[in-house]
Design a protein around this ligand. Structure first.
Ligand code: SAM
Length: 403
């Protein structure tokens, strides 16, 4: 018996305007072309890649607002400059340690810089700390966002504009670098799978009657990958269990390891260790879509107009890092990391007599640190290469032994 196709269930969301729908239909045509070239079906990761990054039309590559109150979701740099200021404290410490053992240039490398606000906050704070790097390099897949980042830096830190450089790929042989990727891993295309009695099945996508549809197909590569996860983390996955895995992270980390000589790589994202990630209660997986601050799970709704994202399996990130020769230097919650990097002192130094400003600041701190907000759902992981000093951010709480 052929299973029914998986279709959009038409979530209760505000109707996009005609212009947006027209763009989404053009993107649907790109997906349809890709399906045709692949014999009818493409993997979910290929669909997600087109939906998010198709030049000019994908969610991140098109001109939508995306970040902030007027957009679809809010990231930590959009919540408060305190986030970037705390990170800058950690980076200044790393730069100082790197300078003590090497007189080569220091670089800060940001992946997926969003609106550019994080770059501004980090640069301005590093300037105050007299710890500016030689260059702040930004690697961003979306040309539209690169443009926006340039505008933000020009407006908010024009005197530091010359230090910032946008690159298409990592340069070879960077001597000393700190890498920051905030909410980048969750925006990488994932494979979506379902467990059947015999094998793991990959979700594939096709276009049928101008609509996106999905179907599961037995998949040997995913079956092997899932068997190895089940073994290493002693996990059982019941028949019918659905979830995701991110095959792109291993290659991404290997490229970093290959290009950087001495480095600290800081990954911040929502995620879990492997046992929590594949917990029996999470049997529908972690894929989420965001449109105008409404979260829902219908990834086939108007492609290109909504964000599609998956939680990060940090145990898998750690294994991939070790496999390519990086070291694990810490894993903690966002709240513990920010507090260990001086969040309270920064707050105290910024409080004024203006009650409105006080309330605003304390609301920002709550959003960044409360367990029910970003504080515990978001984790920070540090990976290193040729860098052995302890990192302040993990001095309050290090959960590496839970991975
Ligand atoms: C959820 S947004 C986060 C933006 C920003 N870091 C922030 O915190 O506001 C994801 C960003 O990652 C970028 N991105 C995803 N994969 C990437 C990759 N492999 N290299 C560079 N940027 C990437 C997207 O284009 C987008 O800017």
């Amino acid at each position: 018996m052929v299973e029914p196709l998986i279709k959009s269930d038409g979530p209760a969301l505000a109707e996009p305007d005609d212009e947006a729908k027209k763009r989404s239909r053009l993107l649907l045509q790109c997906i349809s072309d890709e399906c045709e070239q692949s014999g009818g079906w493409i993997r979910f990761s290929e669909f997600m890649n087109i939906a998010l990054y198709q030049p000019g039309l994908g969610y991140y590559s098109g001109g939508l607002q995306k970040f902030g109150e007027q957009g679809d979701f809010i990231t930590a740099p959009e919540v408060s400059p305190l986030f970037g200021q705390c990170l800058a404290g950690q980076f200044a410490e790393i730069f100082q340690n790197m300078s003590a053992v090497s007189d080569e240039k220091l670089f800060l490398i940001e992946f997926g810089a969003g609106s550019g606000l994080l770059a501004v906050d980090i640069l301005l704070q590093l300037e105050q700390l007299e710890a500016l790097p030689e260059k702040y390099l930004i690697l961003e897949l979306s040309a539209e966002l690169q443009n926006r980042q340039q505008q933000t830096i020009k407006q908010k830190a024009p005197h530091l504009r010359e230090r910032v450089q946008w690159l298409q790929q990592l340069p070879d042989n960077v001597s000393n670098a700190v890498v920051i990727a905030n909410e980048v891993l969750d925006a990488m295309p994932v494979e979506s799978f379902r467990i059947s009695a015999e094998k793991a099945e990959a979700l594939k996508v096709a276009v049928d009657n101008e609509k996106l549809v999905g179907r599961y197909f037995a998949d040997d590569i995913l079956t092997d990958a899932i068997n190895s996860i089940k073994q290493r983390s002693e996990i059982e996955l019941a028949v019918g269990y659905c979830s995701e895995m991110n095959p792109a992270i291993a290659g991404w980390l290997a490229a970093l390891e290959n290009r950087l000589q001495r480095a600290v790589i800081l990954l911040i994202d929502y995620g879990y260790n492997e046992k929590e990630y594949y917990h029996p209660d999470r049997s529908e997986g972690t894929l989420m879509c965001y449109y105008r601050h409404k979260a829902h799970a219908d990834f086939f709704w108007w492609p290109g107009l909504q964000d599609i994202t998956a939680f990060v399996n940090f145990t898998d990130v750690a294994y991939s890092a070790l496999d390519c020769g990086l070291d694990m230097a810490g894993y903690t919650t966002q709240a513990a990391f920010l507090l260990a990097n001086g969040l309270s002192d920064l707050h105290a130094s910024q409080v004024s007599d203006d009650v409105r400003q006080q309330i605003k600041l304390s609301q920002q701190i709550k959003t960044l640190t409360l367990p029910s907000e970003m504080g515990e759902r978001f984790k920070v992981m540090a990976l290193t290469k040729n860098y052995d000093e302890a990192l302040s951010g993990f001095s309050m709480l290090d959960l590496s032994n839970r991975l």
